[in-house]
Design a protein around this ligand. Structure first.
Ligand code: T1G
Length: 701
């Protein structure tokens, strides 16, 4: 007999009731699902013909855990809470068998831990990933998992949040059986349940097991030490250890209560909000408002890359890493040979570090087809151009590609500053042209800006977004403007950094302040690394194209001295041969002071707080304009760009979320204050900030 309600199915099979979670996409344990499980358990208890119960999941998961879309909403804490459901499972008079396939994560694993028995299909991802969301397992995971698999294995899983394949846990004590063939799980679970149902109760409860460890206190201290370094800005890993320790020292019930306290505290933290924002932001980025999620995509099997320089080589690696053959085109043999040698060198470094097997390196290198002839690109489904950043050169390449590429091939430019519409106009197929802006090093950086030209076809966008997942990139769609999303915002950030040097700060102070805020690297260390001449070239172009946008000329002075950064042994900082340490330079500091004098600027003490405000709010203000112009479709896209491409601290969630945390009312006031000061012309307040602040809202709702 089968009775299905919205989120849970209930069927009986010769004395076994099967409760099936059915809340796509991953059986998140939302309120209706939780209520459905309790209702199913009730039915089973009241049906004398039922001797045992199987709990399983429909679709692609047993359960991906609590429904995180319910977090910080009344539903999340509405009864039956997950803790109530798990207690109902555990207290069932009839044995409950959890049948796990594909995914049992977070609350999903905690639910299974409340069952009396657990069967898992091989290949299932088993995890308590809550720490990655800035929280901790909040439905008994910190108490039951140590009792199921021991202190060490459970602490590793809880503090890392990393998934473990079910077969690797076959002997851990977590499962009563691991079923090699997932297709046989249902039958195996029914058979197991029938046997369990024939046995006299009570049935085994994980909570009644003991946590055995020869030196629990010692291991817990070891765990604390190892977490201290990586979790400097994240409270959750420390709380995970506290909760496990509470259960070890004070028993299950006290441990459970303490776990609950920790959960309630963590879920309110800005760090958890930031991590959840990034989790959803990553997934939301692949959704393009006017491109339906079922838009048919083009087959991409053969890839061509034009240009074997640093970017072209890194781009090619992304595709061969995903097992896709790449034809790599250069104009000169020595450039081609150099490109191939660089790719091989990159792989050899990974092999030396034990991150890559030599045979895998050779397999990947074998996927590369070097060539000097455009004719070899005729079969490519996607061709990515990564040549010199000059429109004339792009024009030559795209006119040639237009001649040789097969109909329907996607032609992508890796340009970081040029107009994708102009590039598309060099072809007779503008609908097939798109920007794919990789970030250096292209084989490492997760961010990919997908630049949508005016005529870029929707299926081209859908195809590139899907392909981005395959090559493990976080793809964010940007409209066409100078600098797209990331570089356009970073330009305002750099302008403020330079103005502050003129007004009284020095490079080391600016870098220290923003690195203390959490950036991986401050603007001056970053510029010395990338090369100050890159910014110099952009400013020269800017002086012609945008005379209204004034810059402090300090950076030009630095470049006129030939101080391009690490590559010339000196930039904003001094460097010693073979040493990448940035040493404050008295030459540069004196040059800065002299410049202020020459510019008749009265130098003043600038606080670290002002430095952080001016740098971060410059990003926020430009980001708000990018949103208003529709260059980015959502604030979380802008945050994903900064989290994955510009070293913005993850625990702050990105510039737009950080602005929400500060409060747009305060952001607006600060911007108006800076607009009234020297160099205030750079602070034209984005209307969107004033509007949202006036409505008491933020960028993210
Ligand atoms: N709740 C709601 N939606 C979820 C979800 C969840 N837990 N997990 C994934 N989704 C959505 C996701 O947003 C996307 O939506 C779709 O499912 C496919 O996801 C009390 C409180 C399960 C391994 O942290 O790791 O339990 O974009 O693209 O690559 O202690 O999703 O399609 O609309 O990632 O196959 C703990 C998080 C929650 C697991 C599947 N659980 N999810 O990966 O698909 S906190 C997690 C994942 C908790 C308890 C605490 C992965 C996945 P859309 P996807 P996938």
């Amino acid at each position: 007999m089968a009775v299905n309600d919205a989120a849970v199915g209930y069927t009986t099979h010769d004395g076994v009731a099967v409760i099936t979670l059915n809340n796509p996409p991953v059986n998140g344990l939302g309120l209706s699902t939780r209520a459905g499980i309790v209702a199913g358990l009730e039915r089973a208890q009241n049906d004398a013909a039922v001797k045992a119960i199987v709990l399983t999941g429909a679709g692609k998961a047993f359960s991906g855990g609590a429904d995180i879309t319910e977090f910080n909403t009344p539903k999340a804490t509405q009864e039956p809470t997950l803790a109530t459901v798990i207690k109902a499972v555990e207290d069932s008079a009839k044995p409950v068998v959890a049948a796990i396939h594909s995914v049992a994560m977070g609350g999903g694993l905690e639910l299974a831990l409340g069952a009396h028995y657990r069967l898992a299909a091989a290949g299932a991802q088993i995890a308590l990933p809550e720490v990655k969301l800035g929280i901790l397992p909040g439905a008994g995971g910190t108490q039951r998992l140590p009792r199921a698999i021991g202190l060490e294995a459970s602490l590793n899983m809880i503090v890392s949040g990393a998934p473990v394949l079910s077969e690797k846990l076959a002997d851990s004590g977590l499962f009563d059986e691991v079923v090699a063939n997932p297709a046989e799980l249902a039958e195996a679970a029914l058979a197991f349940a029938r046997k369990a149902g024939a046995k006299e109760g009570p049935h085994p409860k994980v909570r009644e097991r003991k946590i055995e460890h020869p030196n629990a206190a010692g291991f817990i201290q070891f765990a604390r030490n190892s977490v201290a370094a990586i979790a400097k800005n994240f409270p959750a890993p420390h709380k995970c250890i506290d909760a496990v320790e509470a259960g070890v020292q004070n028993g299950f019930d006290k441990g459970l209560a303490f776990e609950r306290e920790c959960f309630v505290a963590l879920v309110q933290t800005p760090e958890s909000r930031a991590l959840r924002h990034a989790f959803f932001g990553e997934r939301a980025a692949s959704k393009i408002p006017d491109v339906p999620s079922d838009t048919p995509v083009r087959e991409i099997n053969q890839v061509g890359v034009v240009g074997a320089g640093t970017m072209g080589g890194g781009i090619a690696m992304n595709f061969i890493n995903a097992g896709m053959p790449v034809t790599l085109l250069e104009t000169k043999q020595e450039a081609l040979d150099r490109g191939l040698a660089t790719i091989r060198k990159n792989y050899e470094a990974s092999v030396r570090k034990g991150k890559l097997k030599p045979e895998v390196m050779e397999q990947r290198m074998a996927l590369l087809k070097p060539t000097l002839s455009y004719d070899d690109l005729r079969q490519a489904d996607l061709i990515v151009e990564a040549v010199f950043e000059e429109l004339g050169v792009k024009e030559q390449v795209f006119r040639r590609l237009d001649e040789v590429a097969k109909p329907g091939a996607i032609l992508a430019s890796n340009t970081s500053t040029l107009d994708v519409d102009k590039i598309a106009a060099f072809t007779k197929r503008p609908q097939d042209v798109v920007g794919m802006h990789f970030f250096s090093p292209a084989n490492v950086m997760k961010l990919l800006e997908v630049v949508r030209g005016r005529q870029t076809a929707k299926d081209v966008l859908a195809t590139v977004m899907k392909l981005a997942k395959k090559i493990k990139k976080t793809a964010v769609v940007s409209g066409v403007c100078d600098g797209f999303i990331g570089n356009r915002m970073v330009e305002q950030y750099v302008r403020q950094a330079l103005f502050m040097l003129e007004e009284g700060a020095l490079p080391a102070q600016v870098d220290r302040a923003i690195e203390k805020f959490g950036f991986a690297m401050g603007p001056f260390r970053m510029s010395d690394l990338a090369g100050n001449d890159i910014g110099w070239a952009i400013r020269k172009r800017r002086y012609v194209e945008r005379p209204d946008m004034h810059y402090s000329k300090i950076a030009d002075r630095l470049c006129e001295l030939g101080r391009f950064g690490q590559k010339t042994g000196g930039g904003w900082y001094d460097y010693k041969a073979g040493d990448r340490t940035a040493y404050p330079s008295s030459v540069v500091d004196d040059m800065i002071r002299a410049y202020s004098k020459e510019a008749h600027v009265e130098r003043r003490k600038i606080s670290d707080e002002e430095i952080v405000e001016r740098l971060v709010f410059a990003l926020v203000n430009e980001g708000a304009k990018i949103l208003e112009e529709g260059i980015a479709s959502k604030a979380s896209d802008i945050d994903m760009v900064y989290l994955t491409g510009y070293g913005f601290p993850l625990y702050r969630g990105g510039p737009m979320l950080y602005a929400d945390t500060v409060g747009l009312y305060n952001v607006e006031r600060a911007i108006r204050r800076y607009a009234a000061r020297p160099n205030g012309d750079a602070w034209k307040l984005a209307p969107g900030i004033a509007k949202l602040a006036g409505e008491g809202r933020g960028f993210n709702g």
